[in-house]
Design a protein around this ligand. Structure first.
Ligand code: NAP
Length: 249
């Protein structure tokens, strides 16, 4: 039986680590993308201690050479890739997070990781995903990238005004939709995940969901059956009472 191989970016902590743990528990070989080698090794150890077949791989998503090196490693060692979870992401804002306070430096920094990094890593790995029997790409996005959610005066997120992070996730949503269109006649499905507000370092552990709960969303999309959807933003629905489902763009 061929081993199922999953690569998760930013998997050394937070939702990415939880995603690696859950995919590992399903019997997948999990490649733990980490930009810092020591943090990657620590995550690999923790996952292995929990019984997962885990292997740390150096990957800074803002570095195209790093993405190419991971693709080379996967090619040499496994010959294909079944699951790519583009999970690595950063949150930055200037001042009190008003649009008028936004600096281009911050905007560029956030887009480098949250948007350009996803395109770089996806394009590097796509030839290997095409070789898998039923590959799944999961782009970890957010409901704050949904223009419909963010502009609903009755919605819980209407008060948020920041530009860098929300616009990066809006762009990521469109990236997801465009890849899904390109790949619609293949066996590859591409979806965006909304983990919901999860307690991680990302937000000073202020989220009301756990990283494990956030990871459930990515795992669902990473294990969709052949008749599952492609080209959706799916996950936690805060304004719909907290269930899981399709979110509006
Ligand atoms: P986190 O705890 O801050 O972890 C972020 C991970 O991304 C870390 O492993 C970090 O590595 C990695 N990373 C950052 N920049 C990277 C780069 N250039 N190359 C490779 N890895 C990089 O965040 P999280 O809460 O788990 O968030 C994971 C994803 O969920 C993000 O895309 C985020 O936007 C999304 N999300 C989170 C929430 C939430 O409430 N937490 C809600 C919606 C969406 P280092 O350890 O080296 O920094």
């Amino acid at each position: 039986m061929t081993t199922t191989i999953a690569l998760i970016t930013g998997a050394n902590r937070g939702i990415g680590l939880a995603t690696a743990r859950q995919l590992g528990a399903r019997g997948m070989t999990v490649l733990v993308g980490a930009r810092d080698a020591a943090r990657g090794r620590a995550a690999e150890r923790a996952l292995r201690d929990g019984g997962a077949d885990a292997r740390a791989v150096p990957l800074d998503v803002t570095d195209e050479a790093s993405a190419a090196a991971v693709a080379e490693l996967v090619e040499q060692e496994y010959g294909h890739l079944d699951v790519l979870v583009n999970n690595a992401g950063i949150l930055r804002a200037d001042g009190t997070a008003l649009p008028s306070e936004t600096t281009l430096a911050t905007l560029r920094e956030v887009f480098e990781t949250n948007v350009f990094g996803v395109v770089a890593v996806t394009n590097a790995l796509l030839p290997l995903l095409r070789r898998a029997p039923a590959a799944r790409i999961v782009n970890v996005s957010s409901e704050v990238g949904s223009i419909a959610v963010m502009t609903d005066p009755a919605g819980a997120l209407f008060a948020l005004t920041s530009v860098p992070y929300p616009t990066s996730k809006t762009a990521l949503n469109m990236v997801t939709a465009m890849y899904a269109k390109e790949l619609r006649d293949t066996r590859i499905k591409v979806n965006a995940a909304n983990p919901g507000y999860c307690a991680t370092d990302f937000n000073g552990n202020s989220g009301f969901r756990t990283a494990e709960q956030g990871a459930e969303v990515s795992v669902h999309l990473a294990t969709l059956p052949a008749d599952g959807p492609s080209g959706l933003l799916w996950g936690f629905q805060m304004d719909a009472g907290g269930g899981y489902g399709v979110l509006p763009w």
